[in-house]
Write a protein that binds this ligand. Structure first.
Ligand code: KIV
Ligand code: NA
Length: 266
């Protein structure tokens, strides 16, 4: 059980071994999921929605991403740690993009970064890869493009749009990305992209034919009640577990049942 690197991602695709990815934003969740042997931990900018309570990922800052990356890395996970580049931290110019990617590595302790976009950001991916920072790409439904898309909508349903998404995926591979997230696209398109690319595809709302799968940890644990898209599978109802524990604590304190003498010092 050694440290996983980007070389393992390539090897797993070649061996047709599925890649498991989960988001994490803190130390305790990271410890638990790493104990389970998850392959990749993504410090996603979804932190803005599931942790900070924003409506979308746009307000998340590079400082916040560094802060959460550090908390994750302190758990010393064997999983590869990838940190999201938040909105406006890579789009303005190459200098910004390299500096902010570098900060996620140097200050955050991440081992790779992820950014959203296809053809339009291929030169930015290349600029970051050139300074030896591995980049995971992300195409299809890209949450930072919410205002262009007019909401979180499945992308690539029309043939012309699907063709463009395939071109996006090919462009990010050519730019040097080591893997690509395919989000919110029809399963047939995801299958085709996965077959055409040599780098692994990590699906979310993209069907069963990708090389790997990513979900938001709060979603699989039932800790995000705001929305529940079709592609999420809830593996536990932690909301109910936490609710019951907190309610029991309050009730026992009110009734004077806790603390007992047994919880006290003489
Ligand atoms: O921010 C995030 O959690 C993500 C994944 C869901 C792909 O980008
Ligand atoms: Na993200």
């Amino acid at each position: 059980n050694r440290k996983k690197t980007i070389l393992d991602m390539q090897r797993m695709k070649a061996a047709a071994e599925k890649i498991s990815v989960l988001t994490s934003y803190d130390y305790p969740f990271t410890r638990i999921m790493d104990e389970c042997g998850v392959d990749v931990i993504l410090v996603g900018d979804s932190v803005g929605v599931v942790f900070d309570g924003y409506d979308n990922t746009l307000p998340v800052t590079i400082e916040e991403m560094i802060y959460h990356s550090r908390a994750v890395v302190r758990a010393r996970p064997k999983a590869l740690v990838v940190a999201d580049m938040p909105f406006l931290s890579y789009q303005v110019d190459f200098r910004d993009a390299r500096l902010n990617a570098g900060r996620l590595i140097k200050e955050g302790g991440a081992e790779a970064v992820k950014l959203e976009g296809g053809k339009g950001v291929a030169d930015i991916i290349q600029a970051i890869v050139e300074i030896d920072i591995p980049v995971m790409a992300h195409v299809g439904l890209t949450p930072q493009s919410i205002h262009r898309m007019g909401g979180y909508k499945v992308q690539g349903k029309q043939e012309e749009q699907a063709e463009r998404l395939l071109e996006d995926a090919l462009a990010v591979e050519k730019a040097g990305a080591f893997a690509v997230v395919l989000e919110g696209i029809p399963l047939k398109l995801a299958k085709k992209i996965t077959e055409e690319l040599t780098i692994p595809t990590i699906g979310i709302g993209a069907g069963p034919y990708c090389d790997g799968q990513v979900l938001v940890i709060h979603d699989i644990l039932g800790l995000c009640e705001k929305y529940s898209p079709k592609f999420v599978k809830k593996y536990a109802d932690c909301q109910a577990v936490i609710h019951d524990a907190v309610a029991s604590y309050i009730s026992e304190v009110k009734k004077g049942e806790f603390p007992t003498e047994g919880h006290s010092f003489n």
